[in-house]
Design a protein around this ligand. Structure first.
Ligand SMILES: Nc1nc2c(ncn2[C@@H]2O[C@H](COP(=O)(O)OP(=O)(O)OP(=O)(O)O)[C@@H](O)[C@H]2O)c(=O)[nH]1
Length: 188
């Protein structure tokens, strides 16, 4: 019996119905399924060999369910991932909030240097009717630009709202860490 060797684990994250499964299907099978929307249950796995230079590497793609019902399970799927594609639908502002949630989860629990990619879906809808856009392009860009930076470095680049928000969140985390430490330890 042959055992499938996965060279890199990739995880798809994002609110339900943002288009994660459609993206994976497009990438793997070059198709877009039209028809009634079927939500993912738990997660789906697919292996995709891909050529990088002369080397073939196999991506193990975990397409997670966006429904909050499955949120607790998601850590299993992003644990050890080399890359996370965090998707949001620019016509749905709540999906952008959800994307921020996932980015934070990944940053808080990352043990293996997972690279985070922010992906806006359903561009055709915006192209057809710009009034559908609920997420400002620049807000998304600012947020994405802050991603490769470690949280501690993010606030050195001044100007944009997102970077300041990272800073505030980090300071708040540090403050809580100190409080917890001081409660149980007089040396703190
Ligand atoms: N117009 C348009 N519709 C899309 C696009 N991508 C996905 N959809 C539609 O959006 C709906 C949800 O797509 P899915 O790919 O199933 O979404 P998902 O994020 O995997 O959803 P969950 O499995 O619930 O997490 C489907 O009806 C798709 O046809 C796109 O690029 N443009």
């Amino acid at each position: 019996m042959s055992v499938l060797r996965v060279d890199a684990k990739v995880v798809m994250l994002g609110k339900e119905s943002v288009g994660k499964t459609s993206l994976v299907e497009r990438y793997v099978y070059h198709r877009f399924s039209v028809g009634p929307y079927q939500n993912t249950i738990g997660a789906a796995f697919i292996a995709k060999p891909t050529k990088v230079g002369e080397t073939v590497i196999t991506l193990g793609i975990w397409d997670t369910a966006g429904s909050e019902r499955y949120q607790a399970m998601s850590r299993i799927y992003y644990r050890g991932a080399k890359a996370a594609i965090v998707c949001y639908d620019p016509t749905d502002s709540s999906s952008f909030q959800r994307a921020q949630f996932w980015v934070k989860q990944l940053q808080d629990y990352d043990e293996t240097g997972c690279r985070i990619y922010l992906c806006a879906t359903k561009k055709d809808l915006i192209d057809e009717d710009r009034t559908l856009r609920q997420i400002d392009y620049h807000d998304a860009q600012d947020f994405a630009e802050a991603l490769p930076l470690k949280p501690g470095e993010a606030w050195w680049k001044k100007g944009e709202r997102w970077r300041w928000r990272w800073r505030e969140e980090e300071e708040e985390k540090e403050r809580k860490r100190r409080e917890i430490c001081c409660e149980g330890d007089e040396m703190c």
